[in-house]
Design a protein around this ligand. Structure first.
Ligand code: MN
Ligand code: MN
Length: 475
């Protein structure tokens, strides 16, 4: 059972559409390097296409018509979008779901210190990372600092050509004899992932210094750190204490790039899982009125277990559905349960693309290949399918049928060889409502590395597949 490469089937028109979609995708990556930035980009995009905020409709008590487009954002980090279909909501949604958080390095709440004439941010990494990959590369700082009066200061430094960048140091090879003998997980340890943010002492006018009689003021303690604080005060009006209520994310600096002589791939940060988030959103926006109501959920905290108020385990999605039913005068606990139980979902996340350099970690018949289209994972999990959502065979058969009827190029895969490792997604959480859920998505090389790679053809086929699902799924 060999599958063909998507590139082989395209005509000129499709190739042009593929390039246009991928250009838009790169824009999405470049403007969404944090959950909050993703939400801003998504809300800007969907508002321009007629989406209205659910909360404002609830306030005005508006009634929903077929074709109406609604969205609900939770804490600026998760979003649920709905497009009302022809059939009653209680007959279920077709749901496209993905996550918009990505592995990175977070700044600690008391982060600033000086050592060896340099100022640092102390950090705590987020999600599964190979720590050594994050040293000695240009890094950018994104996020918010919320002051006591609720003023939100947005930070975004390191993306423009003339912005400064930051970096984590690594030991020179000349002195690395002992380091090079360590196991990879210990080469650079968590507490050593500290960000270098400055090296110039606070400048004090010489005349003022000479006049100063207080010895404490004559010699500023930790002058480099003081210099950084001085810059932060002037540029953002923030103080050291304000870091306590900040969410600052350290991410690779720079825009996503085309890769290969043939420009067939995208190399960029955060493609897990923004590639599925973008294609899910785009597919939903490109659908006319469908029979079943469409839904797209893009959530936070998947990389750390889907916990918290903005993770998939939060009830914010269920609450939004309850509000939607209520607007239609149809809310009851039973109707809510019927709606969710009768829904179909593509829980989309990236798949491990087959990597010939590490072939021994894959089982080739059941691996996802770059360029061979949208991936379906009947199950995920690890060590004997533990922790997986295992999609029902009837549902898989239904998806095979609707995808094949529309000529979508797709493949099936498991995450690596049996017992080599594994991973989970948000699929099992939605499956708890009793709905049909399957894992699907896009193959990625270097998953969770600062720069991840995808094939433009897979991005395009996944987008096409999502549209077929939106229109045709019904179980
Ligand atoms: Mn993921
Ligand atoms: Mn991941």
């Amino acid at each position: 059972m060999e599958r063909k490469t998507a590139w082989e089937i395209y005509n000129e028109e499709q190739l042009a559409e593929l390039e246009k979609l991928n250009q838009e995708y790169r824009y999405f990556l470049d403007h969404g390097k944090t959950e909050r930035e993703c939400i801003d980009t998504i809300v800007n995009t969907i508002s321009a296409e007629g989406y209205q905020e659910l909360e404002s409709l609830v306030e005005s008590g508006a009634r929903l018509q077929k074709g109406d487009k609604v969205y609900s954002v939770w804490m600026n980090k998760s979003i649920a979008m709905f497009q009302i279909g022809e059939k009653p909501i209680t007959e279920g949604f077709n749901i496209l779901g993905a996550h918009i958080d990505s592995p990175r390095i977070d700044v600690k709440q008391n982060p600033l210190y000086e050592d060896g004439g340099m100022a640092y941010f102390d950090t705590h990494y987020y999600g599964g990372v190979k720590k050594y990959q994050w040293a000695a590369i240009p890094l950018a700082l994104h996020g918010v600092v919320v002051k006591k009066d609720q003023t939100v200061v947005e930070i975004n430094i390191g993306e423009n050509e003339d912005d400064p960048v930051f970096f984590i140091s690594d030991l020179l090879i000349h002195l690395a004899g002992e380091q090079m003998k360590k196991v990879a997980s210990k080469v650079i340890e968590g507490e050593d992932l500290d960000l270098i943010i400055g090296s110039k002492p606070l400048h004090i006018n010489k005349e003022e210094k000479d006049k100063e009689t207080d010895p404490d003021k004559k010699e500023v303690k930790d002058a480099v750190k003081a210099g950084v604080l001085d810059i932060l005060k002037k540029a953002y009006d923030i103080e050291e204490e304000d870091f306590i209520s900040a969410e600052l994310e350290i991410v690779p600096a720079g825009n996503a790039r085309e890769a290969g002589f043939d420009r067939s791939m995208i190399l960029g940060y955060g493609q897990d899982d923004r590639v599925c988030a973008f294609t899910s959103m785009r597919a939903m926006l490109d659908m006319g009125v469908t029979e079943r109501t469409l839904c797209c959920i893009l959530v936070d905290k998947e990389e750390v277990g889907s916990i918290g108020a903005t993770g998939m385990k939060s009830r914010f999605f269920e609450n939004a559905v309850a509000e939607l039913l209520n607007l239609n005068g149809e809310y009851s606990e039973l109707n809510l349960r019927r709606c969710l139980a009768h829904s179909c979902m593509l829980s989309s996340d990236v798949s491990a693309g087959f990597d010939p350099s590490y072939a021994s970690c894959f089982e080739k018949k059941n691996a996802a290949f770059m360029g061979k289209g949208m991936v379906f994972n009947k199950f995920t999990g690890s060590g004997g399918k533990s922790g997986s959502n295992d999609a029902n065979a009837e549902y898989v058969a239904h998806l095979r049928k609707i995808m094949d009827d529309k000529g979508i190029v797709w493949q099936t895969a498991e995450l690596g060889k049996v017992d080599v490792g594994g991973g989970g997604t948000i699929a099992y959480i939605l499956a708890e409502y009793g709905m049909n859920v399957i894992d699907s998505g896009v193959p990625v090389l270097n998953m969770h590395a600062p720069w991840e790679a995808t094939s433009k053809a897979d991005v395009y086929e996944t987008y096409r597949g999502y549209k077929v699902f939106a229109e045709g799924a019904a179980m």
